[in-house]
Write a new protein. Structure first.
Length: 443
């Protein structure tokens, strides 16, 4: 079980989302790939990236866009299409380039759904070309234009497709960040993920492929398709139950490439890895899968999402001036927030920026200060702190406080005025007596 922070640390970590990209949080192992982007899908937080914006050959990761366009076209996946003669040259080129293929033949009838499975699971190039040809009425370059247009709509800035399958590296490139945008569109398509997360699929016989290639083939099927993603295969030494999809790719120029996801305990991650070396580990598995497993294990172990337990919990109190009903004002977070925080060696620290006191009147929701969360010296986010109630001003307390410094002068002035008034009164009385005496003397 993950190490739990103290309650205050978890609370304030939860309060301060969204975070900036956590580029300073490095894994404690080598990440052997040219480009990497690891994204927490629940918060949109990039927890690790490596040269994620440099253009790079992407090999069969290209097929994500091809299959996405098929699913977004609205075509019925049960539709049977006939492979046209015009694709014969394309199929031969794929074979000459040593690309993976299902051995489609001109005149063969196959469903769009089966083309989808062939393209995503074993990464067949001839089926990707067949999809592009069908959707563009034989104008594959026009389909490639659609691929580039859709990439732009998704926000990709450094992506250019030159073919529907990625076997040809020239002028076919993207970045780890752009591919994360394409992958999120794929994740949002249930039909895409149903296929991409499938580990095994039997291909039905066709009018050209009528004989099973395995004695274990069910009746009416001839070829078993297996996912190329080792992390989601139970028989693999790198099997991870949390892994789900999406796509692998390889050419000499692109290196080993992989886009995959982790989904466990309500936490979801997307990982894009480009340019890993074409090497196998001691188990005979490509090392790129080990790198991906390490990164996803690290993220799931080190990061947690959290949220404010109670919206009615005061975080601080401020001395309150000029209020008869209360001596302090309670300060609350401005709403309920959630986010991602790091279960590292140093727990998060927070700093409150509040005045020494606050003057009434204060209205509920009035901004009184801010809270900033730090971890390892890095500011992760800032939250506004507000008053939790109305506090009225007492006129008596206000004027008493305002006139307080002048009290000595006021008393002195009052005494002076009283003495002056007394002297005036005595003088008036004295003048009146003299007048009366004069009147008596005249009489």
């Amino acid at each position: 079980m993950k190490r739990l922070f103290c309650a205050a640390a978890a609370l304030f970590a939860a309060l301060c989302f969204p975070f900036a990209p956590l580029a300073g949080w490095e894994p404690d192992f080598e990440v052997n790939a040219d480009q990497v982007l690891l994204l927490n899908l629940d918060t949109g937080t990039v927890v690790y990236e490596k040269d994620a914006d440099s253009p790079h050959a992407i090999a069969s990761l290209t097929k994500m866009m091809t299959c996405l366009l098929l699913l977004e076209s609205g075509e019925d996946l049960n539709t049977l299409i006939t492979i046209p003669d015009r694709l014969e040259e394309e199929f031969q080129t794929i074979k000459d380039w040593n690309g993976v293929y299902i051995d489609l033949q001109p005149g063969e009838e196959i469903s769009l759904e089966n083309l989808l499975y062939c393209t995503l699971l074993p990464s067949a190039n001839d089926t990707a070309s067949a999809i592009a040809d069908y959707l563009s009425d034989g104008e594959i370059p026009a389909f490639v234009d659609q691929m580039n247009q859709r990439a732009g709509e998704l926000g990709c800035r450094n992506t250019h497709f030159a073919c529907p399958h990625g076997l040809y590296d020239q002028d076919n490139y993207s970045t780890a960040r752009d591919l994360s945008l394409i992958a999120q569109a794929c994740l949002a398509n249930p039909a895409f993920m149903e296929v991409a997360a499938t580990t095994s699929f039997w291909l039905p016989v066709t009018n050209f492929h009528t004989q099973p290639q395995s004695p274990d083939a069910p009746e009416g099927y001839y070829l078993e398709l297996s996912s190329s993603i080792q992390l989601q295969l139970p028989e693999s030494p790198l099997y991870r139950p949390y892994a789900r999809g999406i796509k692998t790719g390889f050419t000499d120029e692109a290196g080993r490439c992989l886009v995959t996801t982790a989904q466990t305990d309500g936490e979801n991650y997307l990982l894009v890895l480009l340019g890993a070396p074409n090497q196998k580990d001691e188990n005979g598995v490509q090392v790129c899968f080990g790198t991906c497993a390490n990164l996803l294990d690290w993220a799931l172990d080190r990061f947690e999402t959290g949220s404010l337990p109670e919206t009615g919990q005061a975080l601080a109190t401020l001395p309150l001036n000029y209020c008869k009903e209360a001596e302090t004002a309670e300060v609350y977070p401005n709403g309920q927030l959630s986010g991602l925080f790091w279960d590292g060696e140093n727990p998060p620290e927070y700093r409150l920026d509040l005045p020494e006191s606050v003057d009434a009147p204060v209205t509920q929701g009035q901004a009184l200060g801010t809270l900033t969360l730090y971890q390892d010296g890095q500011a992760l986010g800032t939250l506004e702190l507000t008053a939790g109630a109305d506090y009225e001003r007492s006129a008596l307390l206000y004027w008493k406080a305002r006139l307080g410094p002048l009290s000595g002068w006021l008393v002195g002035a009052l005494v002076f005025l009283l003495v002056l008034a007394l002297l005036i009164l005595l003088r008036v009385r004295q003048v009146k007596r003299r007048r009366r005496r004069r009147r008596v003397y005249r009489r």
